[in-house]
Design a protein. Structure first.
Length: 230
């Protein structure tokens, strides 16, 4: 009875789905499913290099409670795609950020090398400086952890998974690229999966062997829409 009441409380609070998603995100890199990869109709597929035993290198994300269930699922999907690409060398895990975290709690997260994925809006100070003036999301920090600010009222109908995958590339040390996932300007076509150039930027930043990582490539029978051809 006590367990049943606990489950009922979790369901009522809307946290059950998040707990399940976070548990899923802690699976080994090779446990990523087709749902986590680019859908087949996007015309992409991931390479499938032999999976490695985890090196134990972990990047912990603390997810803001202000994200709704759907948004949390999108964040988990972005994490799992990166875990598949990283192939055991580095692994993202997630925890739920405490309600109204104190400055001491935030400082402890930073000291541990954790990253806070925060949902903000256009009134937040981050949106009034530098790239934050036009960005959908902004990553601030370095090897000692930091913040991924998702500017919720700017996302609109854009794919949150793609936006967050780009920011997680920054978390892993990647800079901007001329095209693909790490291009500085959002493009829905470029944010569908993690391309080789994005993986290479992370491999360089993290000193990983690119040949043992994974990335997405166009399917053999893929033909880009006429409007997208150059």
């Amino acid at each position: 009875m006590r367990l049943a009441r606990l489950i009922a409380v979790l369901l009522a609070s809307g946290l059950a789905l998040l707990m399940a998603a976070i548990l899923i995100s802690t699976f080994p890199a090779n446990a990523a499913t087709e749902r986590d990869r680019a859908p087949p109709d996007y015309g992409y597929q991931y390479t499938d290099h032999p999976s490695r035993v985890s090196t134990g290198r972990v990047v912990t994300l603390y997810v803001d409670r202000d994200f709704n269930d759907y948004e949390r699922q999108r964040i988990v999907s972005a994490m799992r795609q990166w875990n598949y690409v990283l192939n055991g060398f580095v692994r993202f895990t997630a925890k739920l950020l405490p309600d109204d975290p104190s400055s001491q709690e935030i400082a402890q997260i930073r000291r541990s090398g954790g990253w806070i994925v925060a949902k903000v809006d256009s009134s937040h100070p981050i949106t009034r400086q530098g790239e934050g003036r036009q960005a959908l999301a902004v990553t601030v920090g370095g090897s000692g952890g930091g913040f991924v600010y998702v500017i919720g009222d700017r996302i609109g109908g854009r794919d949150l998974t793609g936006v967050v995958m780009h920011e997680f590339g920054h978390v892993l040390g990647a800079g901007h690229d001329g095209h693909g996932l790490m291009a500085p300007v959002y493009n829905a076509n470029n944010g569908r999966c993690i391309d080789r150039d994005a993986a290479a930027l992370v491999a360089n930043a993290q000193r990983l062997p690119l040949s043992q990582m994974n990335w997405c490539e166009p399917s053999r029978d893929y033909r880009p829409p006429m409007a997208a051809r150059r």
